[in-house]
Structure formats: C-alpha cells, structure tokens
Ligand binder design. Sequence first.
Ligand SMILES: Nc1ncnc2c1ncn2[C@@H]1O[C@H](COP(=O)(O)OP(=O)(O)OP(=O)(O)O)[C@@H](O)[C@H]1O
Ligand SMILES: [Mg+2]
Length: 508
Amino acid sequence: MALSQTAAADILSIDGVTKSFSGVKVLDGVSFSIRRGEIMGLIGENGAGKSTLIKIISGIYQLNSGRLILDGGEVSVPDYITAKSLGIAIVPQEFNLINSLAVFENIFLGNEIRLKSGLLDKQKMRELSARQLEELKMPIGVNQLVANLSVAEKQMVEISKALMLRARFLIMDEPTTTLTRREVDTLFVLMRNLKAQGVTMLFVSHKLNEIKEICDRVTVLRDGRLISVDEVAGVNEEDIARKMVGRTDFTRIFPAKLPRSEGTEVLEIEDLSSGGLLNGVSFTLRKGEVLGFAGLVGSGRTETAEAVMGLRAVQSGVIKINGKAAPIKKASDALRHKLAYLSEDRQGKGIIQGFNLPQNITLISLKGYLKGFLIDKRAETRKTAEYVKTFKIMAASQKMHLRYLSGGNQQKVYLSRWLDTSPEILILDEPTRGIDISAKHEIYEFIHELAESGISCLVISSELEEIIGLCSRVYVMREGKMAGCLEGSHINEEEIMFHATGIKGSIQ
Ligand SMILES: Nc1ncnc2c1ncn2[C@@H]1O[C@H](COP(=O)(O)OP(=O)(O)OP(=O)(O)O)[C@@H](O)[C@H]1O
Ligand SMILES: [Mg+2]
C-alpha cells in the first residue's frame, strides 16, 4: 500500500540508470524519484553526470541499462520528439539556438503555429513570444536576430522556448549561470507560478543558495553515483557541499583578499563611447590588481571589455596602456599589447567543439610552440597536462574533442587558452560560469596568484558574491556608464546594488 502510494506521488523514477562513453562509466546505477509538482535540485561537481542524466531523460542520449518510469509505467525516450510528447521540456546547459533566426522563430522552432492555410502564423508567434519575454522581464525585441543577443538574453530565449511547450515536467540545466540576482528573482517567481500550476521541475545549479531557496528536495551526484536525496529544509549549504565533494574539510571558497594595489596604472580608459551602449566610460586598472566590474545585465560591462579588446567599434575615447595611448582597433592590436579576454560566451565566442584539448588551449599562443614550420607536439602536450593538473580538468584523454567535455570542464579549457597567451592584462568575463564550488576556489586562488605575480585582472561577474569576495576595487556600471567605484568595506551588496540600479534598498 505504502509502495503504491509513493509511486503515485512520483512523476518520474530513475531506476538503476547506467551510461558509459567509450567504456568509461559516467552514470553508475543511479536511482531516485521525483515527486509530482516538486522542484528537485540536482547538484554535483563538474563532470559528475548531471547533464548526461538530463540528456537521457530528454531523449538526447540513450541509457545502457536501467529504466525510466513515468507515471508508474516504464517509458523509452528514443528522441527529443518523444520527450516532448511525454510532456518533458528542457532548458539545455549549452544553448541550442540558431543565430541566423529571429528571437520568435527560435522560441517556436519545431513547435511552429500555423494558419489554416498551412502558412506560419508569424503574428501569433511574435505576440506569444513577446508576452513570454515580458513575463521574464526581459526587454528583448522578438524580431531581433539571436546572433545579436548577449548571453543572458540568449538564456532567456532558451527558457522561453522551453516554457512555450507548456510541459508538465521542466528540466533546467544551469539556467542561472549568466543571470544577475535580479533576473534570477524573476525566474524564481515564474518557477513558483509553474509549481502552483502543478508543473514538476528538475533544476541544476552550482549555487547552493539557489538550491536552498527554490528547491523542495536536492539530489547529489558524485562521480556518476547517487550520493543522497534530501529535503532542502533539513540540510544546510555546507552539508550539500560536503556531500558533493566527498570531503569533510571543506575549505573557504574565497582566499583572503589582496590589499588594494598601489601599482602603476597599466590600463587607463577615458570617455569610451560605442553605439549607444557605452556612454563615456572611464576607468583605470593598476598593476597586480584584481578589479571588479559589477552591474545589471545590459549595463555595458561586456561591451566595455569588447571595446577595450578591439572587438567593438568605438566612436570616441582613449585607451592608454602603461601611460601611452594605445589605439586598439582590432583583436590583434589587443593581443600585441598583452591583453587577454575570456568572453562570457564560451560557446559562441570561445571554445571550438571539434578541436581537442591542446588545439583549443594553444589556439592563440601557437606561435610559441613552433619549431621551424612544425608544431612542437610534445611541448603542447606537456603544457596541456599542466593546465589539466592545475584546474583538475576532467577528460578521458587530451585527444577528446571539447564537445564531449562537461560544461564546467570546457570552461576550464577556455580559461587555459587565455592564460597560455601570457597576458599582462587579463579580462575575465563571468570566469566561473558553470564551475562547481570546489573548482571555483581553485580558480579564485589562481587569479590571486596571477595578481601577486604582477598581472592585472579585471573580473566581470554577475555573481555579487564573487565580486565582493575576490576584488579589492569595484566599478559598478549602469546604462553604459560608471555609476560608482567602491573600495574596502564599501564593497558590499547594498552599495553595489544601489549604484547598479540607482535605487536605495533594492535588495530584500
Ligand atoms: N558524448 C560524450 N562522449 C564522451 N564522454 C562524454 C560525453 N558526454 C559526457 N561525457 C563525459 O561524461 C562525464 C559527465 O559529464 P556531464 O556533462 O554529465 O557532467 P555534469 O555533471 O553536467 O558537469 P558540469 O557541471 O560541468 O556541467 C564527463 O566526464 C564528460 O566528459
Ligand atoms: Mg552539465
């Protein structure tokens, strides 16, 4: 009796699911159930198997053994279309959008509305897309090309696309990595509404506070195995972290802050303007400094970095490097000045999916590996091995193409590429996007080491915690301008949000 009651309460049971790739087990007999109408969190280190499990549920991968039981009956999900017909929708970790199509076309891709005549009902699709984006408080024009969107905007389009399916089981693989707290709040309101309508959700995030806040229960995976399923109310963030990493000596996430740099100003930006998005941006970066850029989505942080890197046309402004005017018109000018930029758009502007680890890492620094006309493969392999060790990059071998690495591990490879250019000024845009909490710690320590060795780091982040924990000076951007510059104890949530929004007491 009790058994059948439990079964009735469950929408989906994952029963002994195992999956291997080329003989390597990435899911090993995973069993747990998701209750109808709950929000289940799914958490685990980079490469733990979260996305693989999600892809099995949504028909992208097939399990090797085990069963999926939906509404009490075993189901096979051979493809994405079947998943959709079963009422399952997914917000994937890596976007699946078509750059050359408009926002509304992407939202309805594969799910088009047609007129009686069989023609596409573009008007209707535009209207519904606009309404959905409005609900997400995302002012994106539905006719805009996806190619022109920022990563956060792309994320919202991907979320809208899944929501449009009106699924009863919604899976979200790290939907919040590029969103600021404000957008996360909006998403959570929406998730609570969906929950009230009876929609079940599986939510992946590396942010423990988000799991605590929005989920009813949390499942922890480690090395492809199930570790625990807990009611969120009964565990604290540290318990979850411990289960994830399998250690009890869980270290502090942020290293001790570096003192304010007294070094010379290596980068001076004066009055930079670009296409209505940047309206007279000025700032300075000192030698060996860890400088932060905070602000809401669309405030101009990424655009500033792109302008400095020669990736965006500017109408006016001066860039000085080491006290001298340095006209940077194109990417190669920036590289020559020893500038490096880790883009927030790892997928679109970063890694090359069909290249292996060394090919991705030495993409820009390749000159340094030439021996005559040939690439010194041994040097490349040696260097790659160093990065693999430093950042604990999880890959079956260096020959693996990047598309087969987990999201967080792809990010680590991308970071390695820029470090390999031996930069003097390193701009990191959302550097820990998709990185698990223990790996974050390693990256933060690394950034501090770089700064101590004299490299100037500019960190753009939507995670206030990261800005506050890491940076010794912080600029806050609003509407394409610097709204404030904070130091010392002024680097706190309240003051950052005040400058970001112009409103006092905007955080709850
Ligand atoms: N198609 C594939 N071929 C080979 N290996 C794969 C493939 N897909 C995933 N893997 C491997 O499976 C393991 C688990 O990857 P998965 O993407 O499920 O991790 P994850 O928990 O989602 O991590 P992250 O937090 O970094 O996104 C990784 O070691 C990854 O390299
Ligand atoms: Mg993943």
